[in-house]
Design a protein around this ligand. Structure first.
Ligand SMILES: [Zn+2]
Length: 343
Protein backbone atom coordinates (compact mmCIF):
# COMPACT_ATOMS: atom_id res chain seq x y z
CA UNK A 1 0.00 0.00 0.00
CA UNK A 2 1.28 3.45 -0.93
CA UNK A 3 0.44 6.26 1.44
CA UNK A 4 1.99 9.71 1.34
CA UNK A 5 1.75 12.62 3.76
CA UNK A 6 1.74 15.40 1.18
CA UNK A 7 1.47 18.24 3.69
CA UNK A 8 0.31 18.57 7.31
CA UNK A 9 -3.27 17.30 7.39
CA UNK A 10 -3.18 16.08 3.79
CA UNK A 11 -2.63 12.36 3.12
CA UNK A 12 -2.74 10.64 -0.26
CA UNK A 13 -3.69 6.95 -0.32
CA UNK A 14 -3.12 4.98 -3.51
CA UNK A 15 -6.00 2.68 -4.45
CA UNK A 16 -5.61 -1.08 -4.88
CA UNK A 17 -4.00 -2.28 -8.11
CA UNK A 18 -1.96 0.93 -8.09
CA UNK A 19 -5.16 2.93 -8.30
CA UNK A 20 -6.21 1.47 -11.63
CA UNK A 21 -9.91 1.14 -12.54
CA UNK A 22 -12.13 -0.15 -10.95
CA UNK A 23 -10.15 1.32 -8.03
CA UNK A 24 -8.97 4.87 -7.51
CA UNK A 25 -6.81 6.95 -5.17
CA UNK A 26 -8.32 8.83 -2.23
CA UNK A 27 -7.23 11.93 -0.34
CA UNK A 28 -7.76 12.44 3.38
CA UNK A 29 -7.96 16.03 4.66
CA UNK A 30 -7.70 16.35 8.43
CA UNK A 31 -8.59 19.76 9.86
CA UNK A 32 -9.13 20.81 13.47
CA UNK A 33 -12.91 20.56 13.12
CA UNK A 34 -13.48 17.76 10.64
CA UNK A 35 -11.90 14.93 8.69
CA UNK A 36 -12.90 14.85 5.01
CA UNK A 37 -12.24 12.04 2.54
CA UNK A 38 -12.12 12.76 -1.17
CA UNK A 39 -13.60 9.73 -3.01
CA UNK A 40 -13.91 6.18 -1.68
CA UNK A 41 -12.85 3.87 -4.53
CA UNK A 42 -9.53 2.75 -3.06
CA UNK A 43 -10.57 -0.77 -2.01
CA UNK A 44 -11.24 -2.31 1.41
CA UNK A 45 -7.71 -2.60 2.72
CA UNK A 46 -6.88 1.02 1.93
CA UNK A 47 -10.16 2.30 3.37
CA UNK A 48 -9.39 0.35 6.58
CA UNK A 49 -6.15 2.30 6.81
CA UNK A 50 -8.07 5.55 6.30
CA UNK A 51 -10.54 4.65 9.04
CA UNK A 52 -7.62 3.67 11.26
CA UNK A 53 -6.76 7.37 11.46
CA UNK A 54 -10.14 8.14 13.06
CA UNK A 55 -13.72 8.74 11.97
CA UNK A 56 -14.44 10.38 8.62
CA UNK A 57 -17.06 13.12 9.00
CA UNK A 58 -17.49 14.17 5.37
CA UNK A 59 -17.05 12.30 2.10
CA UNK A 60 -16.67 14.42 -1.02
CA UNK A 61 -17.16 12.38 -4.19
CA UNK A 62 -15.59 14.20 -7.13
CA UNK A 63 -18.24 12.72 -9.47
CA UNK A 64 -20.64 9.77 -9.61
CA UNK A 65 -18.40 7.14 -11.27
CA UNK A 66 -18.15 3.73 -9.62
CA UNK A 67 -14.37 3.88 -9.03
CA UNK A 68 -14.94 7.04 -6.94
CA UNK A 69 -17.99 5.98 -4.92
CA UNK A 70 -17.74 2.21 -4.49
CA UNK A 71 -16.63 2.47 -0.85
CA UNK A 72 -19.27 5.01 0.23
CA UNK A 73 -21.25 2.44 2.24
CA UNK A 74 -18.30 1.96 4.60
CA UNK A 75 -18.63 5.52 5.88
CA UNK A 76 -21.99 5.25 7.59
CA UNK A 77 -21.34 8.06 10.05
CA UNK A 78 -20.35 10.54 7.35
CA UNK A 79 -22.32 13.06 5.31
CA UNK A 80 -21.86 12.91 1.55
CA UNK A 81 -21.15 15.86 -0.68
CA UNK A 82 -20.96 15.86 -4.47
CA UNK A 83 -20.67 18.36 -7.32
CA UNK A 84 -23.65 20.54 -8.14
CA UNK A 85 -26.13 18.83 -10.44
CA UNK A 86 -25.00 15.25 -9.80
CA UNK A 87 -26.83 14.30 -6.57
CA UNK A 88 -29.52 12.40 -8.47
CA UNK A 89 -26.94 10.12 -10.06
CA UNK A 90 -25.80 9.12 -6.56
CA UNK A 91 -29.16 8.46 -4.99
CA UNK A 92 -31.19 7.00 -7.86
CA UNK A 93 -30.26 4.21 -10.25
CA UNK A 94 -32.59 5.70 -12.85
CA UNK A 95 -30.85 9.07 -12.75
CA UNK A 96 -27.47 7.34 -12.72
CA UNK A 97 -28.46 5.64 -16.00
CA UNK A 98 -29.77 8.92 -17.43
CA UNK A 99 -26.47 10.70 -16.85
CA UNK A 100 -24.12 7.81 -17.59
CA UNK A 101 -25.97 5.92 -20.34
CA UNK A 102 -24.94 2.61 -18.75
CA UNK A 103 -28.29 1.11 -19.82
CA UNK A 104 -27.04 1.22 -23.42
CA UNK A 105 -25.64 -2.27 -22.73
CA UNK A 106 -29.00 -3.41 -21.32
CA UNK A 107 -30.45 -2.51 -17.95
CA UNK A 108 -29.87 -5.96 -16.46
CA UNK A 109 -26.31 -6.20 -17.77
CA UNK A 110 -25.60 -2.74 -16.39
CA UNK A 111 -27.12 -3.64 -13.01
CA UNK A 112 -25.13 -6.84 -12.81
CA UNK A 113 -21.80 -5.19 -13.70
CA UNK A 114 -22.33 -2.19 -11.42
CA UNK A 115 -23.56 -4.07 -8.38
CA UNK A 116 -20.65 -6.50 -8.86
CA UNK A 117 -18.34 -3.48 -8.65
CA UNK A 118 -20.11 -2.26 -5.51
CA UNK A 119 -22.49 0.46 -6.72
CA UNK A 120 -25.08 1.31 -4.04
CA UNK A 121 -27.29 4.41 -3.81
CA UNK A 122 -25.77 7.23 -1.72
CA UNK A 123 -27.91 9.95 -0.12
CA UNK A 124 -26.19 13.28 -0.81
CA UNK A 125 -26.46 16.02 1.81
CA UNK A 126 -24.95 18.87 -0.17
CA UNK A 127 -24.00 19.77 -3.74
CA UNK A 128 -20.89 21.90 -4.15
CA UNK A 129 -20.46 24.68 -6.69
CA UNK A 130 -17.29 25.88 -8.40
CA UNK A 131 -15.17 28.00 -6.06
CA UNK A 132 -16.88 26.87 -2.87
CA UNK A 133 -14.40 26.75 0.00
CA UNK A 134 -14.44 23.81 2.40
CA UNK A 135 -13.10 25.01 5.74
CA UNK A 136 -12.13 22.09 7.97
CA UNK A 137 -10.48 24.22 10.64
CA UNK A 138 -6.92 25.30 9.89
CA UNK A 139 -7.16 23.49 6.58
CA UNK A 140 -9.25 24.58 3.64
CA UNK A 141 -9.80 23.48 0.07
CA UNK A 142 -11.67 25.14 -2.79
CA UNK A 143 -13.77 23.25 -5.32
CA UNK A 144 -12.60 23.58 -8.92
CA UNK A 145 -15.21 22.39 -11.39
CA UNK A 146 -13.64 20.49 -14.30
CA UNK A 147 -16.57 19.29 -16.43
CA UNK A 148 -16.41 17.20 -19.58
CA UNK A 149 -15.59 13.81 -18.05
CA UNK A 150 -18.98 14.10 -16.35
CA UNK A 151 -21.10 17.28 -16.20
CA UNK A 152 -20.03 18.09 -12.64
CA UNK A 153 -16.61 16.42 -12.40
CA UNK A 154 -14.65 18.49 -9.87
CA UNK A 155 -11.25 18.72 -8.29
CA UNK A 156 -9.89 20.60 -5.30
CA UNK A 157 -7.37 23.39 -4.87
CA UNK A 158 -5.43 23.62 -1.60
CA UNK A 159 -3.81 26.92 -2.37
CA UNK A 160 -1.84 27.49 0.82
CA UNK A 161 -0.41 23.97 0.58
CA UNK A 162 0.45 24.25 -3.13
CA UNK A 163 -1.65 21.17 -3.92
CA UNK A 164 -4.03 20.56 -6.81
CA UNK A 165 -6.28 17.48 -6.92
CA UNK A 166 -7.58 16.92 -10.45
CA UNK A 167 -9.55 13.66 -10.01
CA UNK A 168 -9.92 11.92 -13.40
CA UNK A 169 -7.94 14.36 -15.49
CA UNK A 170 -5.02 12.12 -14.80
CA UNK A 171 -3.29 10.70 -17.92
CA UNK A 172 -4.39 7.11 -17.29
CA UNK A 173 -4.11 4.56 -20.10
CA UNK A 174 -7.69 5.44 -21.17
CA UNK A 175 -6.59 8.92 -22.25
CA UNK A 176 -9.17 11.67 -21.91
CA UNK A 177 -12.45 9.90 -21.17
CA UNK A 178 -15.86 11.37 -21.99
CA UNK A 179 -17.93 8.21 -22.44
CA UNK A 180 -21.18 9.14 -20.68
CA UNK A 181 -24.36 10.52 -22.28
CA UNK A 182 -23.74 13.97 -20.83
CA UNK A 183 -19.98 14.05 -21.16
CA UNK A 184 -18.62 16.74 -23.47
CA UNK A 185 -15.46 17.08 -25.57
CA UNK A 186 -15.67 20.89 -25.58
CA UNK A 187 -16.12 21.06 -21.81
CA UNK A 188 -13.25 18.60 -21.33
CA UNK A 189 -10.95 20.75 -23.48
CA UNK A 190 -11.98 23.86 -21.53
CA UNK A 191 -11.16 22.03 -18.28
CA UNK A 192 -7.74 21.00 -19.62
CA UNK A 193 -7.08 24.64 -20.53
CA UNK A 194 -8.22 25.82 -17.12
CA UNK A 195 -5.80 23.40 -15.48
CA UNK A 196 -3.01 24.43 -17.87
CA UNK A 197 -3.51 28.04 -16.76
CA UNK A 198 -3.58 27.02 -13.08
CA UNK A 199 -0.41 24.94 -13.46
CA UNK A 200 1.34 27.85 -15.17
CA UNK A 201 0.43 30.37 -12.47
CA UNK A 202 3.48 30.80 -10.28
CA UNK A 203 4.53 30.03 -7.64
CA UNK A 204 1.34 27.96 -7.63
CA UNK A 205 1.10 24.24 -7.29
CA UNK A 206 4.12 22.11 -6.61
CA UNK A 207 2.19 18.86 -6.25
CA UNK A 208 -0.61 17.57 -8.44
CA UNK A 209 -2.65 14.64 -7.15
CA UNK A 210 -4.97 12.59 -9.34
CA UNK A 211 -7.33 9.65 -9.02
CA UNK A 212 -5.33 7.02 -10.89
CA UNK A 213 -1.69 8.08 -10.85
CA UNK A 214 0.94 8.67 -8.20
CA UNK A 215 1.62 12.31 -7.28
CA UNK A 216 3.02 14.42 -10.09
CA UNK A 217 5.20 17.50 -10.09
CA UNK A 218 3.77 20.62 -11.63
CA UNK A 219 6.15 20.25 -14.60
CA UNK A 220 5.14 16.64 -15.28
CA UNK A 221 1.50 17.60 -15.01
CA UNK A 222 1.84 20.53 -17.43
CA UNK A 223 3.64 18.29 -19.95
CA UNK A 224 0.88 15.69 -19.64
CA UNK A 225 -1.82 18.28 -20.24
CA UNK A 226 -0.10 19.51 -23.39
CA UNK A 227 0.06 15.93 -24.73
CA UNK A 228 -3.54 15.37 -23.69
CA UNK A 229 -4.88 17.95 -26.10
CA UNK A 230 -3.52 15.96 -29.06
CA UNK A 231 -5.70 12.98 -28.18
CA UNK A 232 -8.86 14.80 -29.23
CA UNK A 233 -7.50 15.70 -32.65
CA UNK A 234 -6.06 12.24 -33.30
CA UNK A 235 -9.37 10.61 -32.40
CA UNK A 236 -11.29 12.89 -34.74
CA UNK A 237 -8.86 12.17 -37.57
CA UNK A 238 -9.42 8.46 -36.98
CA UNK A 239 -13.20 8.87 -37.08
CA UNK A 240 -12.95 10.86 -40.31
CA UNK A 241 -10.67 8.29 -41.95
CA UNK A 242 -12.97 5.38 -41.05
CA UNK A 243 -15.98 7.28 -42.42
CA UNK A 244 -14.05 8.22 -45.57
CA UNK A 245 -13.07 4.60 -46.21
CA UNK A 246 -16.25 2.81 -45.18
CA UNK A 247 -19.00 5.39 -44.69
CA UNK A 248 -21.73 6.13 -44.41
CA UNK A 249 -21.93 4.15 -41.18
CA UNK A 250 -24.38 4.09 -38.34
CA UNK A 251 -23.03 5.00 -34.93
CA UNK A 252 -23.40 1.32 -33.97
CA UNK A 253 -21.37 0.24 -37.03
CA UNK A 254 -18.72 2.85 -36.33
CA UNK A 255 -18.50 1.69 -32.70
CA UNK A 256 -17.93 -1.90 -33.89
CA UNK A 257 -14.77 -0.65 -35.66
CA UNK A 258 -13.35 0.70 -32.37
CA UNK A 259 -11.59 3.78 -33.76
CA UNK A 260 -10.81 5.10 -30.27
CA UNK A 261 -9.76 2.18 -28.09
CA UNK A 262 -9.02 -0.39 -30.78
CA UNK A 263 -10.32 -3.99 -30.77
CA UNK A 264 -9.67 -5.66 -27.42
CA UNK A 265 -9.20 -9.31 -26.55
CA UNK A 266 -11.13 -8.86 -23.32
CA UNK A 267 -13.95 -6.36 -23.41
CA UNK A 268 -15.84 -4.88 -20.55
CA UNK A 269 -19.37 -3.70 -21.42
CA UNK A 270 -18.34 -0.35 -19.93
CA UNK A 271 -15.62 -0.02 -22.55
CA UNK A 272 -18.18 -0.58 -25.34
CA UNK A 273 -20.46 2.04 -23.84
CA UNK A 274 -17.56 4.49 -23.59
CA UNK A 275 -16.52 3.92 -27.20
CA UNK A 276 -20.13 4.48 -28.32
CA UNK A 277 -20.73 7.75 -26.46
CA UNK A 278 -17.25 9.15 -27.10
CA UNK A 279 -17.79 8.58 -30.83
CA UNK A 280 -21.21 10.20 -30.59
CA UNK A 281 -19.71 13.29 -28.93
CA UNK A 282 -17.03 13.47 -31.63
CA UNK A 283 -19.61 13.09 -34.44
CA UNK A 284 -21.74 15.88 -32.96
CA UNK A 285 -18.67 18.07 -32.66
CA UNK A 286 -17.46 17.25 -36.20
CA UNK A 287 -20.97 18.01 -37.50
CA UNK A 288 -20.86 21.45 -35.85
CA UNK A 289 -17.53 22.00 -37.63
CA UNK A 290 -19.10 20.97 -40.96
CA UNK A 291 -16.84 17.91 -41.35
CA UNK A 292 -19.47 15.17 -41.08
CA UNK A 293 -23.22 15.06 -41.49
CA UNK A 294 -26.09 12.87 -40.44
CA UNK A 295 -27.75 11.22 -43.45
CA UNK A 296 -31.33 12.48 -43.39
CA UNK A 297 -34.12 10.03 -42.73
CA UNK A 298 -31.82 7.18 -41.73
CA UNK A 299 -32.16 7.50 -37.96
CA UNK A 300 -33.03 4.22 -36.31
CA UNK A 301 -33.17 2.39 -39.62
CA UNK A 302 -29.93 0.47 -39.64
CA UNK A 303 -28.27 -1.73 -37.07
CA UNK A 304 -26.00 -4.52 -38.15
CA UNK A 305 -26.12 -6.74 -35.09
CA UNK A 306 -22.70 -5.58 -33.96
CA UNK A 307 -24.16 -3.72 -31.00
CA UNK A 308 -23.64 -4.39 -27.32
CA UNK A 309 -25.50 -7.71 -27.57
CA UNK A 310 -22.29 -9.03 -29.09
CA UNK A 311 -19.91 -7.45 -26.60
CA UNK A 312 -17.38 -10.19 -25.94
CA UNK A 313 -17.00 -11.01 -22.30
CA UNK A 314 -20.49 -9.88 -21.28
CA UNK A 315 -21.85 -13.41 -21.03
CA UNK A 316 -18.85 -14.78 -19.11
CA UNK A 317 -19.31 -12.02 -16.58
CA UNK A 318 -22.65 -13.43 -15.59
CA UNK A 319 -24.66 -10.78 -17.36
CA UNK A 320 -27.34 -12.87 -19.00
CA UNK A 321 -28.81 -11.40 -22.19
CA UNK A 322 -32.19 -9.79 -21.78
CA UNK A 323 -35.15 -11.09 -23.75
CA UNK A 324 -34.87 -8.52 -26.53
CA UNK A 325 -31.06 -8.56 -26.55
CA UNK A 326 -29.20 -6.34 -24.11
CA UNK A 327 -30.07 -2.75 -24.67
CA UNK A 328 -31.36 -3.17 -28.20
CA UNK A 329 -34.20 -0.69 -27.65
CA UNK A 330 -31.89 1.71 -25.82
CA UNK A 331 -29.32 1.59 -28.64
CA UNK A 332 -31.79 3.27 -31.00
CA UNK A 333 -32.99 5.77 -28.44
CA UNK A 334 -29.35 6.75 -27.87
CA UNK A 335 -28.85 7.30 -31.61
CA UNK A 336 -27.14 4.01 -32.49
CA UNK A 337 -29.06 3.82 -35.77
CA UNK A 338 -28.17 7.33 -36.90
CA UNK A 339 -26.28 7.17 -40.18
CA UNK A 340 -23.20 9.39 -40.59
CA UNK A 341 -21.03 10.34 -43.52
CA UNK A 342 -17.96 12.48 -44.09
CA UNK A 343 -18.59 15.77 -45.88
ZN1 LIG B 1 -14.58 9.09 -13.72
Amino acid sequence: MFELGVAPGVTFFEGERRGRFPFGNVLLLEGRDARLLVDTGAGDEVLEAVLGRGPVHIVFNTHYHIDHVRGNARFRGAVFWCPEGEAGAFSSEEEFFQLSGWDLVGTETARSVLSGLGWRPTPVARELADGEVLDLGGLSAAVVRLPGHTPGHSGLVLEDKGILFTADIDFSRFGPWYGDVHSSVDDYLASVRRLTALAAAGPGFETVLTSHRRPLTREAFAAGLAAFENHFELREEKVLSVLAAEGPLTLTELTARWPIYGPRSELHPGLYKAEFFMLQHHLDRLARAGKVERVPGAAGSATDGAGPESVPGAAERGSAPEAAGPGSDRVDSYGGGDLWRKR
